[in-house]
Design a protein around this ligand. Structure first.
Ligand code: ASP
Length: 335
């Protein structure tokens, strides 16, 4: 069976454990605490030397594309890439995504796909001869971002399962929020659970989609919806997950600074809290916040490299899940 990475709904605690151990080992090794740190970025250094990754991006990207490409390179693999597939692939000549995937899966051993349409990665996987990794499908999901988000959270709060997680901003169109909230829901009650309560903070027109909210509730997590980010909410959060307005996905982009983590609001952050952001940021996260010890978003982006190395190792069968099957709530959650 091909090891696609399409949605967080497929992830199991065993998969996460294996992935995070591998990512942490690469990170340690890179930090120089392991052997051979100067040349080897991973205990699996060069493991993918016979493999080729196709990175097919129909939407703009900085971190996702380059961290996947760097991850492949650090593991000895090769990359063929198109950074603007919407314009520079045969899509402009009217070729369907399915046909492009049929062709590309004859050239590479894995396809990393970003596309503007929700469900595109699943469509691609249905016709691909090689694994497909969803690098963001419209306003659907961004499962590998959720993995690096969770890795960053687990690094800071090892073993905690009661974290108060507050999502702020464009929760309607922000695919990274959908994936991380879903992950919180489906891991609830498992060894990998991390959230104890979830807050969704957004104006009405950008609030979390009903199915995501419902799932989080159904999995037993207390959920609260808010229309403003207040000092009390900031003070009562372990993880503040900021997001920008996805202006490219709204006909008329709603604005407003009440969803910004201003310096004044940040004064209410607990000393151990973390501020995350999938980036890029706009006005919702002023640069003044960068100097706070709670600001972890650049570390979060850096972790993307180590986590994506682990994902590629898993896709190619170098890593196996540490324990078998899935979250207790999975069937219930996704029935
Ligand atoms: N980089 C993230 C994404 O591709 C977040 C964003 O664009 O706002 O979804």
């Amino acid at each position: 069976m091909l090891r696609h990475v399409l949605t967080v709904r497929d992830f199991t605690p065993g998969f996460l454990e294996s992935l995070f151990q591998s990512a942490a080992a690469s990170k340690r090794q890179h930090a120089g605490r392991g052997r051979g740190a100067r040349v080897r970025w991973s205990p699996h250094w060069n493991a993918l030397r016979d493999h080729v990754m196709v990175s097919l991006f129909y939407e703009a990207s900085t971190r996702t594309r380059h961290s996947f490409e760097a991850a492949m390179a650090r593991l000895g693999g090769k990359v063929i890439t198109t950074e603007n597939a919407a314009e520079f692939s045969s899509a402009i000549k009217g070729e369907s995504l399915e046909d492009t995937i049929r062709i590309e899966s004859g050239y590479g051993d894995v396809i990393v796909l970003r596309h503007k349409e929700k469900g595109a990665a699943a469509r691609a996987a249905s016709v691909s001869d090689v694994p497909v990794i969803n690098a963001g499908d419209g306003d659907g999901e961004h499962p590998t971002q959720a993995l690096l988000d969770l890795f960053t959270i687990a690094e800071r709060f090892p073993g905690r399962r009661d974290l108060r997680v507050t999502f702020v901003g464009d929760l309607l169109k922000g695919r990274t929020v959908h994936s991380l909230a879903w992950l919180a829901a489906m891991l609830e009650g498992t060894s990998s659970g991390f959230a104890g309560a979830v807050n969704f903070v957004a104006p009405d027109v950008m609030q979390i989609p009903r199915p995501v909210e419902g799932l989080v509730r159904d999995c037993g997590l207390p959920v609260a919806m808010h229309d403003a980010l207040t000092p009390a909410l900031v003070a009562g959060s372990d993880v503040i997950y900021m997001t920008r307005t996805q202006s490219e996905r709204h006909a008329v982009a709603p604005g407003g600074d009440s969803y910004a983590l201003t310096e004044k609001l940040a004064a209410s952050l607990g000393p151990d809290a973390v501020v995350l952001h999938p980036l890029p940021r706009n006005r919702e996260l002023p640069e003044a916040i960068d100097r706070l010890p709670q600001a972890r978003y650049f570390e979060q982006a850096r972790n993307g490299l180590f986590v994506r190395m682990a994902i590629l190792l898993w896709v190619f069968g170098v890593l196996e899940p540490i324990v078998a099957p899935g979250p207790r709530n999975r069937e219930r959650a996704f029935a």
